[in-house]
Design a protein around this ligand. Structure first.
Ligand code: CA
Length: 216
């Protein structure tokens, strides 16, 4: 899953990006509204964390312009003493909001819920045959036995399972799992899919030649 964080406070931005990467997300960042809007329009993020008070375009303007073109889930960060902001955020098309200062665990939980909802999934765990994926713990069991996946393997499996039944192109996987700072050496999709099959069974992920991957 790939997240865009738009926040102009350098320390908060750094901490958020670090925490999200530790959770296994690919993370892009922007420190101004116009840069954030450009990235949000250019890439298909799984979610955007958008601060309201930003230089250049503010968060409202970014959201308003983005909504004319895209349905990317947006979580707004609003100021504590501005209750009107929350109403405005939801009216403008934000999917959720958090009041600063916020609890990091809450932000992570809300992001997970946003991403699941936008993929049409309500439950935090995904079941594919005897494979159970717990998106809260980011853990996987097969027939009740814990299976250890690498961060990349997990990310690919989760994305395919969230979009079960759909053929996901390699381009889409690249775009959702790797961020702007990734080097190309970590982008070996086939190697990761090989790892998933080795651990969870050959038939779990189907390769559609020339189209992409699919979990039936
Ligand atoms: Ca700000």
């Amino acid at each position: 899953m790939r997240i865009l964080v738009v926040e102009d406070e350098p320390r908060l931005l750094r901490n958020l990006a670090k925490a999200l990467r530790e959770e296994g997300y690919a993370v892009d960042t922007a420190e101004a509204g116009d840069d954030g809007l450009f990235k949000a329009e250019t890439y298909d993020y799984d979610a955007v964390v958008l601060d309201v008070m930003l230089p250049g375009l503010d968060g409202w303007q970014v959201l308003d312009r983005l909504r004319k073109r895209k349905r990317t889930p947006v979580l707004m960060l609003t100021a504590r003493d501005a209750p009107k902001d929350r109403v405005r955020g939801l009216d403008t098309g934000a999917d959720d909001y958090l009041v600063k200062p916020f609890d990091l665990e809450e932000l992570l939980a809300r992001l997970r819920a946003l991403i699941r909802r936008s993929a049409g999934q309500v439950q935090p765990s995904l079941k594919v045959g005897d494979v159970l994926i717990d998106t809260r713990a980011r853990s996987v069991t097969r027939a009740g036995e814990p299976i250890v996946l690498t961060a990349r393997e997990y990310a690919i499996l989760e994305y395919l399972a969230l979009h079960r039944g759909k053929v996901v192109s390699r381009t889409e996987l690249y775009e959702h799992l790797f961020d702007e700072s990734d080097d190309t050496l970590s982008n070996l999709l086939d190697v990761h899919v090989f790892g998933i099959r080795k651990k969870l069974g050959r038939d779990l992920v189907t390769t559609r030649r020339g189209q992409g991957y699919c979990i039936e």
